[in-house]
Design a protein around this ligand. Structure first.
Ligand SMILES: [Zn+2]
Length: 359
């Protein structure tokens, strides 16, 4: 009897950011087999939906895909269906899953982009196999994800992991969320740019070199400029990144007091600075950690995936949703630990199908 090996289940992951819609076909080991990308069309929900559809259609022409996962910046409910609020897009209580289900005939889930990124790092990246993993995505703000005992912790209503908005400095800088002094106002790409521009405007000689690199206009300074200058050894940029790293380490010490993680994975665009960010963060973390000297310290590590984490994680979450629908999320944990039994049942079904096909 001929033995047919069923093809590996492929999923499409779509990462919707403020500037681009990036999609990819991802296999069960987290490898991206194919890609599709286009600029985020506009803030209109309809246009973004159309872009998602185009990406999925293009990739499905070339691959046999079984599910679709969408990672979006915003608060997504625990059924992985409704985007409650998205800061960069015009989604307000948007039933994204329901809208897309009518247009894409594949099982589909929607999740927060930072949750998806955390899941990718846990499954295939720097946090693989850890007991409690905290993921911190440093972009313009701070995104967060938490994996405990192999499960993504989403909170009672899907809102867990928003630690960028913990108050670090009472009455500090205003934050987009409406509060003052949030952690992400001190440890993020926006914080780096704000401080670099403020320093450049003082006309201090320490900023001359950085200013020269951007053509003399403080408003031209971007986060990647500061990182690139720091990597080249420009001292002021090194200091600015160290400041962000120090705030990062202090905040991680707060998270460690609450969660006692084994690993803290640091990803997102700002993590491109590598040790220039990580070493100051580690120093501040060790100096601030409560009970230091009498406890194990979490490892602070750089993420494996920088730009692809959201896409890979969304695809893998969608693959998991086939095994266990998100409606079964209990106490904010998802997926539950039932995969092994479900996988066995699926294998049995597949082998029966294979046998009937080959006989
Ligand atoms: Zn805030």
């Amino acid at each position: 009897m001929a033995r047919l090996t069923p093809p590996p289940p492929l999923s499409i992951g779509v990462d919707i950011g403020g500037t681009k819609v990036a999609a990819g076909v991802v296999d069960e080991t987290g490898d991206i087999l194919d890609r599709w990308q286009e600029p985020t069309p506009s803030r209109s929900p309809q246009a973004v939906e159309d872009a998602i559809l185009r990406a999925v259609e293009q990739l499905r022409k070339r691959h046999r895909v079984v599910s679709v996962g969408i990672g979006a910046a915003g608060w997504v409910d625990n059924d992985q269906a409704v985007v409650r609020f998205s800061p960069h897009l015009a989604w307000r209580s948007e039933p994204l899953k329901a809208r897309l289900t009518g247009r894409i005939d594949l099982p589909l889930i929607v999740d927060n982009d930072a949750n998806a990124a955390a899941w990718a790092e846990y499954r295939f990246g720097a946090g693989r196999g850890s007991s409690v993993m905290v993921c911190i995505t440093l972009g313009t703000g701070i995104g967060g994800g938490l994996v405990i005992g192999g499960r993504l912790f989403r909170g009672s209503y899907g809102m867990a992991g928003e630690w960028g908005h913990m108050i670090s400095v009472p009455d500090g800088h205003w934050c987009e969320c409406g509060n003052r002094g949030c952690w992400e106002q001190y440890a993020s790409g926006n914080a780096l740019v704000r401080d670099a521009r403020a320093l450049a405007r003082t006309n201090s000689p320490t900023a001359y070199q950085l200013l020269e690199l951007v053509g003399g206009d403080p408003d031209n300074i971007t986060g990647p400029d500061v990182t690139a200058a720091a990597i080249q050894g420009e001292p002021t940029s090194v200091e600015l990144l160290a400041d962000v790293g120090t705030w990062l380490g202090r905040g991680i010490a707060n998270l460690a007091a609450a969660l006692d993680p084994e690993v803290v994975v640091i990803g997102g665009g700002v993590s491109a600075a590598g040790d220039l960010l990580l070493l100051p963060a580690q120093r501040a973390f060790s100096r601030t950690l409560t009970g230091r000297g009498f406890r194990e310290e979490a490892r602070l590590v750089l993420a494996r995936f920088r730009n692809d984490a959201g896409l890979i994680g969304a695809a893998d979450l969608a693959r998991h949703a086939m095994i266990e629908p998100p409606e079964s999320a209990q106490f904010g944990f998802w997926p539950r630990r039932k995969e092994r039994r479900a996988t066995k049942a699926r294998r049995r079904r597949e082998s029966l199908r294979t046998r009937s096909q080959s006989s």
